[in-house]
Design a protein around this ligand. Structure first.
Ligand code: 13P
Length: 253
């Protein structure tokens, strides 16, 4: 059973042109030097930087992703970006259902499922984010919340090639706090079971599950060594070349 590690940087709403290009160039250079065959690297800058970052990573194996998309191909949706536009620009991935979008833009599981389906149909791979709030964790609802999010936001057309699921406990994002390694493994193993029930065991065994939420060079080794953790979705630490690459290094088994 081979699931290639995926180290993904979610830059969120960070980076002006000069910084973004220099960050992307730095990552591309280090990824080339590292020459890893067992690990993929992805950067997801804001829409405004996609085009310049694409140029900056050209010739390296670093992949390009966006942080959100609309579910329609085109049309009257002021301010939105379609999956086809992202594909046209050279994106391979798009993140959907990040908790910041679920909160800031009131995105529902149903909307996220529609976005994921449209993105896959446009030829993109999706990273579908799930995760519980602190109140839900305290109420012992972590697994039930994640189960409902998977059931509601992962489309039927998802498979191990076109879909990655990122478990990001909301209370761990940007806080410096993380669940224990045992808690992360428990949730990831539960996610794999839910995926197996929904899409079948063969798909579930091959689908990559990322952990996200305050992943840093100091905690990455322990988290990335867990049997059901296949990589990381990294926010803050993906904005520094050295930290992002150190997390990549931590994934070496
Ligand atoms: P941090 O790594 O900054 O906690 O963010 C995680 C995240 O939300 C990635 O999508």
């Amino acid at each position: 059973m081979v699931r290639k590690t995926l180290i993904a940087g979610n830059w969120k709403m960070n980076g002006l042109l000069e910084d973004g290009v220099s960050l992307a160039k730095g990552i591309a250079q280090e990824v080339k030097k590292a020459g890893r065959k067992d690990c993929e690297f992805l950067v997801c800058p804001p829409f405004t930087l996609l085009s310049s970052v694409k140029k900056a990573i050209k010739g390296s194996k670093v992949m390009l992703g966006a942080q959100d998309c609309h579910y329609a191909e085109k049309g009257a949706h002021t301010g939105d970006i379609s999956p086809l536009m992202l594909k046209d620009l050279g994106c391979q991935y798009v993140i959907v259902g990040h908790s910041e979008r679920r909160t800031d833009h009131y995105e529902s599981n149903e909307l996220i499922r529609k976005k994921a389906e449209a993105a896959i149909n446009a030829g993109l791979k999706v990273i579908i984010c799930i995760g519980e709030t602190e109140a839900e964790k305290d109420a012992g609802k972590t697994i039930s919340v994640c189960t409902a999010q998977i059931e509601g936001s992962v489309p039927e057309i998802s498979n191990a090639q076109n879909t990655v699921i990122a478990y990001e406990p909301v209370w761990a994002i940007g806080t410096g706090r993380t669940p224990t390694a045992a808690e992360v493994e428990e949730v990831h193993a539960a996610i794999r079971k839910v995926v197996s029930k929904k899409l079948g065991r063969a798909i579930s065994n091959k689908m990559r599950l990322l952990y996200g939420g305050s992943m840093k060079p100091t905690n990455a080794k322990e988290l990335l060594a867990l049997p059901d953790v296949d990589g990381g979705l990294i926010g803050g630490a993906s904005l520094k070349v050295a930290d992002f690459m150190a997390i990549g290094d931590a994934s070496k088994q």
